[in-house]
Design a binder for this molecule. Structure first.
Ligand SMILES: Cc1cc2nc3c(=O)[nH]c(=O)nc-3n(C[C@H](O)[C@H](O)[C@H](O)COP(=O)(O)OP(=O)(O)OC[C@H]3O[C@@H](n4cnc5c(N)ncnc54)[C@H](O)[C@@H]3O)c2cc1C
Length: 411
């Protein structure tokens, strides 16, 4: 059987492995750490076919000062500012209406099948119980603000995303534990959740292993090529021959793509969570605080509060005050919360400045493929990204247009 080596055992890497097996390939999955301990470990678990609104949309600039305020959701570490400035300026350019609507259409194409693809992948396995089609709630303390700007609403409408507007009474009926401070709400009934993202990645990997995949622990630091193809990868200093290779290394993927002659602006957009064991109160479904931009997600280990976009560089120390802030904000949102058993975490979202992932054949090598960069939406996109990876490796035309995700788009 033809062989494929997948680098990175996050949600994208494990879903790629599972779909590649279905397409008839033998797969080796390599990770520098344990399975699922990158960004996929601690995200909020929102699975969102309806995620069609990019962060960079017309009018977003007027919100930036508020986001950057002391307790705002966006932080740029001063020592990193000049380094990340070109990335930020490119991101700002993508907020023009025409570009933003193109981004929205590409997000829709990638995200709309997420739940169906997870259903297929997890059918008849323990992992199926971790996925729930339950809807997601968005709330704001401002009247009429939960649905976002007119542009955001137009994007959802163009994509056919169903929403329900909720008044304060309806919000309380849906989630009685919420503080009575929210004046507008939006329910996206067709969105869903994952009850434990780390466990989902582990279970998909374990099933792939039962189906014959090898899981290898080791850090990939380089490649051997014959000019046209990648012939080997350097794992912990030793060369390992490969027939085909998929780079699914999350926020570190840019380092590897550069070694294959394709430098890409992958930024580690750092986020934080606290997970509260035995919290006393939990919402029934994930609730996003639209103004403060964090999510409170019921998980099978308690309540997870996740948010923040911090630009500080891949290797910088975490700023745990960001996690403490989430704890304060969550207490104001759910007054009955008990904060006795709290763990905290920092993770790196793999983010490209145009808000879209890189998904396609590597420009310089016929047998190498890129699949990374899903920023805030990698849990949602992972199941579909993996399917497309398998189609690309098998030289079949994917169901969706992948031109917007081309690795060549940054020149
Ligand atoms: C706070 C927070 C909340 C979020 N909430 C959501 C949400 O609700 N819904 C959603 O859809 N998304 C969410 N996300 C985003 C989502 O978590 C990511 O987009 C997704 O996990 C990325 O998956 P990945 O497989 O690309 O990367 P990762 O999970 O980071 O996996 C990459 C793997 O590659 C390995 N690796 C890297 N370099 C090498 C190397 N050289 N050699 C070997 N292995 C290597 C790493 O060890 C890692 O295991 C959130 C993110 C954060 C931080």
């Amino acid at each position: 059987m033809a062989e494929v080596t997948v680098v990175g055992a996050g949600i994208v890497g494990v879903c790629s492995t599972a779909w590649l097996q279905r397409a008839g390939f033998t797969v080796t999955l390599i990770d520098a750490g344990a399975v699922g301990e990158g960004a996929s470990f601690g995200n909020a678990g929102n699975l969102s076919p309806g995620a069609v609104v990019p962060y960079m949309i017309p009018g977003f600039m007027k919100e930036v000062p508020g986001w950057l305020a002391q307790n705002g959701p966006l932080a740029v570490r001063p020592s990193y500012f000049l380094k990340v400035l070109p990335w930020l300026l490119t991101a700002v350019k993508t907020s023009r209406a025409e570009t933003a609507f193109k981004t929205s259409r590409a997000m829709h194409a990638l995200h709309r099948g997420t739940l169906d693809a997870y259903d297929t992948l997890t059918k008849n396995t323990e992992a199926a119980a971790l996925i729930e089609r339950c809807g997601q709630l968005y709330v704001s303390t401002r009247e009429g603000a939960a649905q976002g700007s007119a542009v955001a609403q137009a994007m959802r409408e163009a994509a056919g995303v169903k929403i329900q507007s909720l008044d304060p009474m309806e919000i309380r009926e849906l989630e009685p534990a919420l503080a009575p401070i929210f004046k507008s709400g939006m329910l996206i009934p067709d969105n869903g959740r994952c009850k434990n993202p780390h466990q989902l990645v582990q279970l998909i990997a374990a099933e792939a292993q039962r189906n014959g995949a090898s899981i290898v622990r080791g850090e990939v630091s380089g490649f051997e090529t014959n000019g046209a193809n990648v012939t080997g990868i350097v794992v912990d200093g030793k060369v390992r021959p490969v027939e085909r290779v998929v780079i699914a290394a999350g926020a570190a993927a840019g380092r590897l793509s550069a070694k294959l002659g394709t430098p890409l602006p992958v930024e580690a957009e750092r986020g934080y969570h606290i997970t509260i064991g035995e919290p006393g109160v939990v919402p029934r479904i994930p609730v996003t605080h639209v103004d403060a931009k964090f999510v409170c997600s019921p998980m099978n280990m308690g309540l997870r509060v996740a948010g923040t976009a911090e630009f500080a560089g891949y290797d910088a120390e975490p700023n745990w005050r960001r996690a403490e802030l989430l704890a304060t904000q969550a207490s104001a949102m759910f007054p009955g919360l008990r904060m006795e058993k709290v763990s905290r975490w920092m993770g790196r979202r793999p983010s490209l400045p145009d808000g879209l992932p890189v998904l396609g054949a590597a420009p310089n090598y016929a047998n190498a493929f890129f699949a990374f960069g899903n920023s805030h939406f990698g849990m949602s996109a992972g199941s579909v990204m993996g399917k497309i990876v398998a189609e690309l490796v098998a030289q079949r035309t994917p169901d969706i247009d992948i031109t917007p995700f081309s690795p060549r788009r940054f020149g």
